[in-house]
Ligand binder design. Structure first.
Ligand SMILES: Cc1ncc(COP(=O)(O)O)c(C=O)c1O
Length: 485
């Protein structure tokens, strides 16, 4: 009888290879600032990924060499101290090791009677406390903010449409259309959400924002009244604690009041902003989040953990469970044995098989302590404010939005360049900054103006990085202007 397994034939050789992988990765992390913030893949590297199906073994050594030579140097750059694009965290060395332990142990995280499930329950209790929801709230860790928000919206829908949507499907004949309200600045997960949940994009009211990019509450109130008058069914208000574009924080207490008065579900997208609650000086900015019916947050953003880990928390545990729970006989909870823990996490979201992403949260909270995360968040906000102050004082730059948290939106404004050309110039400036390896900001548009966007969820950035960025940006901008003259 032949026997096949994926365990190594030679455990000692594999151990040596494993240690080398770890050493190489640590070397990479230790030397980040000796390398460009980002570099494009050379053509021969991109072409090398057009390989035939590998039917026969190359061996672990060769597979690892392929990673080391062709993948490791050409990532998107977010490990780097001068990466401030989109809203991405860096990852942490401890988080990386915890992910290895989680994969090594490889527990099935639907639930079950096991210590890993106790770890996730513990993490969720911590997050509930951190956000300020009552201890009876339930949650589940997710692959990120998009999934966390959509799960929250699903509970809002099932609670708010006014009929048994699980049985009948969405908008059966005779029922009034449900409406979701949010600002024009809410992240695009919400389009995916209303479409996936069968509400349709026409059910979404994107309410305009004030000059600080916060939802206009008076217009929101009018929209709800108008929709009721038109026979529709207002269902949910989605507020942002930190919008993706500018970091703006909606007036959460006002939204909570309005939701209560109108009997609507109040969901808060706190993907990164919810974590500001960790800092005593920043927490007042997100006051009102603790009044939400559901909150989404991302630990791979402002807790800097390796991708992916987000969380949704729901105040009403029963509403949460009633949205997702299904219990076929083969998943039934038993009085004793492995299934004694039930499948609580499967019952709070759409995934059944889930990874042990809770481990990196649990170990990181314990190892670093939340006070260190609080200081890091304050450091990021302080850098954003200082960068904005320097730009505000420099006629070469224009700030395009107030800096409420950790995001600075700006453009270069050389004299005598018209509006259309400014957009073109700044877009080119952004690409050249990235391609030069100096830093990775990203771009957006604010009121028709192209903005370079520095979003700081980076535990490696030092003030010197921003000084170098400012100087380098001016130099690249000057060269660009030279060329265009
Ligand atoms: C405010 C906000 N909400 C939601 C998301 C989506 O989160 P994720 O990318 O983790 O799915 C982001 C991502 O940047 C965000 O900034």
């Amino acid at each position: 009888m032949t026997h096949e397994t994926l365990d190594p034939d030679d455990w000692e050789a594999f151990r040596t290879l494993g240690h080398r992988m770890l050493d190489d990765m640590l070397d990479h992390l230790v030397s980040l600032d000796e390398r460009p913030a980002w570099q494009a893949m050379p053509d021969h590297v991109s072409a090398s990924f057009d390989e035939p199906l590998p039917l026969d073994p190359e061996g672990a050594e060769a597979a690892y060499r392929a990673f080391r030579d062709r993948v490791l140097p050409f990532s998107n750059g977010n490990l780097h101290p001068r990466f401030w694009g989109w809203v991405q965290g860096n990852g942490t060395p401890l988080g990386m090791m915890a992910d290895m332990l989680a994969s090594g142990l490889n527990p099935h995280m639907a639930g079950f009677n096991q210590a890993p499930a106790a770890v996730e329950h513990q993490v969720l209790r911590w997050l509930t406390e951190l956000v300020g929801l009552p201890p009876v709230a339930t949650g589940v860790l997710t692959g990120g903010g998009t999934m966390a928000n959509i799960l929250g919206l699903a509970v809002a829908r099932n609670t708010g449409v006014g009929y048994d949507v699980r049985r009948l499907g969405v908008n059966p004949a005779g029922h009034r259309g449900a409406v979701v309200y949010t600002s024009s600045e809410t992240h695009s997960w919400i389009e995916k959400g209303v479409e996936l949940l069968g509400l349709g994009s026409e059910s979404l009211r994107r309410i305009p924002v004030d000059p600080a990019y916060r939802i206009d509450v008076a217009r929101l109130t009018r929209a709800i009244t108008d929709d009721r008058a038109a026979g529709l069914r207002p269902m949910c208000i989605v507020g942002s604690a930190g919008t993706v574009n500018t970091g703006a924080i909606d007036d959460l207490p006002a939204l909570a009041d309005l939701a209560r008065k109108e009997k609507l579900w109040f969901h808060v997208d706190g993907a990164f902003g919810a974590l500001a609650r960790l800092s005593p000086s920043l927490a007042p900015l997100v006051e009102g989040i603790e009044r939400a019916d559901s909150v989404a947050l991302d630990l791979h953003k402002w807790i800097y953990l390796p991708f992916e880990v987000g969380a949704v928390l729901v105040r009403d545990a029963e509403a949460h469970r009633n949205t997702f729970a299904v219990t076929p006989a083969y998943l039934a909870q038993e009085a004793r044995g492995v299934a004694a823990g039930g499948m609580p996490f499967a019952d709070r979201g759409v995934e059944l098989t889930r990874s042990f992403r809770a481990l990196k949260v649990w170990m990181s909270f314990k190892a670093h302590g939340l006070n260190q995360f609080s200081r890091l968040i304050e450091q990021n906000v302080d850098h954003a404010r200082r960068l904005a102050a320097l730009m505000a004082a420099d006629p070469a730059f224009e700030l395009l939005a107030p800096v409420s948290l950790n995001i600075v939106c700006f453009r270069l404004v050389p004299a005598g360049v018209d509006h259309a050309r400014l957009n073109e110039l700044n877009r080119e400036l952004l690409l050249r900054i990235q391609e030069s390896g100096l830093a990775v900001p990203s771009g957006t548009e604010l009121a028709g103006r192209f903005a370079l966007r520095v979003a700081i969820t980076n535990h490696r950035s030092r003030w010197e990085d921003f000084v170098a960025f400012l100087d380098g940006t001016k130099q690249i901008g000057a060269r660009l202007l030279e060329e265009s003259r």
